[in-house]
Design a protein around this ligand. Structure first.
Ligand code: ARG
Length: 474
């Protein structure tokens, strides 16, 4: 039953009733809606706007509704347009007249903005928790195969050898930046719109600071028009999620490559692979592919909300009802993606032998051979050209530069001595890159300590944040 009956002679058409409803989506915000109403009713009583008895009846009635929805014992009436109307109507059915006083000095416009902000905080918290789980899994994977060396690539061509741990930690850094973006999105949501009413504030002596504190908001939105129409905090969530998705997708792509017959650098555990219904030999990296594929959905949700918001005049417009589905979807999708990714990297088998075997092709030592000459006085540009010719000679012989006979090197430059072996050895090449942030084991150990320090700092930050109202289970 619509809440605006007075002004209308007829009900809406069945088709528009269904078209206009948001209940199938916003029913997932029932806890946020009930928390907002509880805080609003307590404030109305504290300000003498409704009686203590009415506030108590409202509090008890809302508690009963919440328990029923939590227990899955609540049937939503499909005629209710949204969660706000569904709960208010049920409250009035249960407690009578007091239920009709709940909406005093409030509009669904500030109500929905409040619910959505509380939900955004809860979703950001879930994403931050999953982010920390994934980073810990990457660190453990980096530690357990810390000394494996793989061909580092640019343009997907062999470039220089790098530690596998170094490669994995690059992803840990990406996800650490995602945590900062999620934290910023949490902070953007952390401001109370409640008390803005429809758009202009109200004539009742509301205490906005009281409801904000009750709901765990760190501040109040200072402009009532902005309060009911701002959805930037969801855009922030979508952007943080989209960048996370880029990172997940890149790692997923590497996993697809690494688990192929051509690379063979890792073997995924059976728990993170699937077979084929026709080809008995297949072991497919389906879940890595799916993580890569889910990025389309996550980016789509960002673009959807950008487009929804871009043409809206102030203040609330019904278009904004399109804001919640994508946010819920993005959060749910990414928590799953991060947890599946964490499981995948925790259970794979790394094949350092396969990584090593593929490094006898691709001239990974070329830069170090040029550096060898440059360190003995040859201008680097000239050394680059000399080594370029040696690579060409090796290609013509069908061998790697490290396999050329020493005489051939000497013929190219008399600076080559017996100690050239050191510039051709993969482990020596890796160990020599001791620059801060470089791939030498010593530098990677220092980096690892920083990554772990960042995880500890972010865990502490996370421990200090409370969404106050968790997403409901139903
Ligand atoms: N279901 C609406 C939404 O999600 C609630 C706010 C409706 N306000 C209004 N003036 N129609 O945005």
């Amino acid at each position: 039953m619509a809440l605006w009956g007075g002004r209308f002679e007829d009900g809406v058409a069945t088709s528009t009733q269904e078209f206009g409803a948001s209940l199938p989506v916003d029913k997932h915000l029932y806890r946020q809606d009930i928390a907002g109403s509880r805080a609003h009713a307590a404030m109305l009583a504290a300000q003498g706007i409704i009686s203590e008895q009415d506030a108590e009846a409202i509090r008890a009635g809302l508690a009963g509704i919440e328990a029923d929805i939590d227990a899955g014992a609540f049937t939503f009436d499909i005629d209710d347009e949204d969660i706000h109307m569904a709960i208010e109507a049920e409250l009035t059915r249960r407690i009578g007249e007091a239920g009709g006083r709940l909406h005093t000095g409030r509009s669904r416009n500030d109500q929905v903005a409040t619910d959505t902000r509380l939900a955004a905080k809860a979703l950001c918290s879930e994403l931050m928790a999953a982010n920390l789980r994934l980073r810990r899994a990457l660190v453990e994977a980096a530690k357990s195969d810390g000394d494996a060396v793989l061909p580092g690539m640019t343009h997907l061509q062999h470039a220089q050898p790098v530690l596998f741990a170094h490669h994995l930690l690059a992803y840990a850094w990406m996800f650490s930046r995602d945590f900062a973006r999620l934290h910023a999105a949490f902070d953007a949501a952390d401001a109370s719109p409640l008390g803005a009413a429809a758009l202009a504030g109200t004539t009742y002596p509301l205490d906005r600071a009281m409801t904000a504190a009750e709901l765990g908001f760190s501040r109040i939105i200072e402009n009532s028009l902005d309060a009911v129409s701002d959805r930037d905090f969801l855009l922030d969530l979508h952007y943080a999620g989209s960048v996370t998705s880029v990172h997940l997708s890149r790692l997923a792509e590497e996993i697809v490559l690494w688990s192929s017959q051509e690379f063979g650098f890792i073997v995924l555990s059976d728990a993170y692979s699937t077979g084929s219904s026709i080809m008995p030999q297949k072991k497919n990296p389906d879940f890595a592919e799916l993580i890569r594929g889910k990025s389309g959905r996550v980016f789509g949700n960002l673009v959807q909300l950008l487009v929804t918001c871009k043409g809206l005049p102030l203040a609330y417009n019904k278009d904004l009802q399109e804001d919640k589905e994508g946010a819920l979807d993005t959060a749910r999708t990414l928590v799953q993606c991060m947890d599946v990714m964490a499981g995948m990297v925790s259970t794979w088998t790394v094949r350092p032998d396969r990584m090593r075997a593929c490094m006898d092709r691709g001239h990974l030592a070329a830069t170090d051979v040029a550096d060898y000459l440059a360190k003995r006085g040859m201008p680097f540009r000239e050394a680059h050209a000399v080594v370029g010719h040696l690579v060409l000679a090796a290609e013509k012989r069908g061998c790697d530069i490290s396999e050329l006979p020493i005489e051939e090197l000497r013929a190219a430059s008399d600076l080559f001595g017996d100690d050239i072996e050191g510039a051709l050895d993969i482990d020596a090449i890796v160990a020599a890159r001791t620059t801060r942030g470089g791939t030498a084991p010593s530098a990677v150990a220092e980096q690892l300590a920083k990554v772990e320090g960042g995880i500890a700092d972010d865990s502490a930050t996370f421990g200090g944040l409370s969404p106050v109202v968790e997403m409901g289970r139903n």
